[in-house]
Design a protein around this ligand. Structure first.
Ligand SMILES: NC(=O)c1ccc[n+]([C@@H]2O[C@H](COP(=O)([O-])OP(=O)(O)OC[C@H]3O[C@@H](n4cnc5c(N)ncnc54)[C@H](O)[C@@H]3O)[C@@H](O)[C@H]2O)c1
Length: 260
């Protein structure tokens, strides 16, 4: 096992479950001290207890004060901050005519405003370390969407635009900013969607979504974590302001089939 992150401090939002959790585990396995920022205290605390040099900080990324606090606690606890994986996200399905003010504020709040507040406080801390790496979680739905996800898709596209702009502003300070665009990833979020659609056959529903991806399966959270770690590693020192698909070929595929 390589130890690319010995001596580094990584902060992961949405780190208690799903993609965030797999990334927390991967950073920890490669030597990083890890700060788990999430609203799920039970899962977050349990994960932190199971890892060396990991803490859980209850954090609602929609709140600027929570973002300030978690970055401050990271610096106070581990001496600085090198990596931010800004990943917390939610999906709420609705036609636009049924979107309420509360829905809009919540979904844009977690999926977009969360990146704003986390970057706002992480960047000055990274500057004090002489540089850093930020990865924001977007989605293939920033590029091409299914039905009833207007606000989700918009929040993910806004994330791509902001990633490019922040990368411009901070490249000279050795702070790199990239985005990732996952396809369907087997996490609690995906399983909840499968359960809502077909409570009697969650596994079959996920397998059928997997067959829509050219690789024939859905993405694992560990697949995504590997990309995030690469983007945060020294091997990616020339990469900034860009977005990376981790989608099993989904975006390369037209929904056209030819007879065998
Ligand atoms: N699962 C997929 O198929 C998929 C595909 C593309 C993109 N994504 C994106 O990946 C990211 C992670 O998704 P996932 O599938 O792991 O979801 P998940 O629901 O399995 O995990 C998300 C985590 O974020 C936390 N969270 C929710 N609201 C929060 C808030 N306000 N503040 C802090 N933490 C909060 C949850 O408690 C949970 O631990 C999201 O941004 C999501 O939009 C997921």
């Amino acid at each position: 096992m390589s130890r690319r992150f010995d001596g580094k401090v990584a902060l992961v939002t949405g780190g208690a479950k799903g993609i965030g959790r797999a990334t927390v585990e991967a950073f920890s396995a490669e030597g990083a001290a890890v700060v788990i920022a999430d609203i799920d205290a039970a899962e977050g605390e349990a994960l932190a207890q199971a890892l060396p040099r990991a803490i859980f900080v209850p954090t609602d990324v929609t709140k600027m004060t929570d973002a300030e606090r978690v970055v401050r606690v990271a610096v106070e606890t581990f001496g600085g901050l090198d990596i931010l994986f800004s990943n917390a996200g939610i999906v709420m399905y609705s036609l636009i005519e049924n979107v309420t003010e509360e829905h809009y504020e919540r979904e844009m709040g977690v999926n977009f405003k969360g990146h704003v507040w986390m970057c706002k406080y992480a960047i000055p801390a990274m500057r004090r370390r002489g540089g850093g790496a930020i990865v924001c979680t977007s989605s293939v739905q920033a590029l091409s969407t299914q039905t009833t996800v207007a606000i989700y898709a918009a929040s993910k596209a806004a994330t791509l635009a902001m990633t490019k702009a922040i990368a411009q502003d901070h490249a000279h300070e050795n702070i790199r900013v990239n985005a990732i665009l996952p396809g369907s990833v087997d996490t609690p979020m995906l399983r909840n969607a499968a359960r809502a659609l077909n409570p009697d056959d969650v596994e079959g529903t996920i397998a059928s979504w997997g067959r829509m991806h050219p690789i024939g399966r859905v993405i694992t959270a560990q697949d995504v974590a590997k990309l995030v770690l690469f983007l945060c590693s020294d091997d990616a020192s020339a990469l900034t302001g860009a977005s990376y698909l981790v989608d099993g070929g989904l975006m390369a595929k037209l929904p056209v089939t030819l007879p065998d």
